[in-house]
Design a protein around this ligand. Sequence first.
Ligand code: NDP
Ligand code: 8X3
Length: 249
Amino acid sequence: MSKIALVTGASSGIGWATAKALSAVGYKLIICGRRSERLGALEQELSTDSYSMVFDVRDREEVENQFANLPDEWKNMEVLINNAGNAHGLSSIQEGSVDDWDAMIDINVKGLLYVTKSVIPGMIDRGSGHVINIGSIAGKEVYPNGNVYCASKHAVDAINNGMRLDLNGTGVKVSQVCPGLVETEFSMVRFKGDQERSKGVYQGYEALKAEDIADIIQFIVTRPAHVNLSDVIVFPSEQASSTIVNKQL
Ligand code: NDP
Ligand code: 8X3
């Protein structure tokens, strides 16, 4: 019987591509997001069985209910990809919006924790599993105006390391993937639908594609049981740090 992987934030970008990459190597997929029509479209593209879960990761009660009521045949997840998240705004600390701050802490940090709390007890009981947290270069560096987004990804970095320490000896592997610039809907969300500004983020160099990250995740989950890639930073070749990108404009 094929193994089950759960991907949060599968309705777009890195999550969408990761669901496809894991399906391609035989995983059955639980795909999550708020946009059910997108999840339906993704189901059509997967070559293995799939099950959609529609919830907002901020809603703790809903997350708990949905996991408590999963059909038996979908309960035994081998892989959890904690991917749902976004940046909201790019402003100095003195000008930032408190609503944006709430969204980033609630989604990127608390949402990741709610899903993890629902999934890892089963992995521990079965003595087997793999959690992959999608961090960011923003979890390793802080850049101007990135303040709270960077804080949320530094929190993911710390939670990832804490998970690995606490789950050591349980049979559950913990890995983090920290991308630099990946062209997805990320900037459209950050800049609240401003297409020109969003496009500008990816102009003048070749940004990473969602499929590049999915490829790395597929590699991580297909290593032998005794091998764990614990932390991977991946940049476009023209990016050297959060703020240094060799752009030819
Ligand atoms: P996208 O905007 O394309 O995808 C974000 C995904 O997260 C969507 O599927 C969205 O689904 C889901 N999501 C957002 N908010 C919620 C919520 N409240 N509840 C449930 N799901 C939610 O961006 P990316 O694919 O680029 O981002 C994926 C991850 O990668 C994020 O954690 C991001 O921080 C990280 N990352 C991205 C980088 C980049 O440059 N693009 C670089 C480094 C890290 P829906 O709207 O349907 O709920
Ligand atoms: C997304 C990449 O550089 O916008 O995490 O922080 S960046």
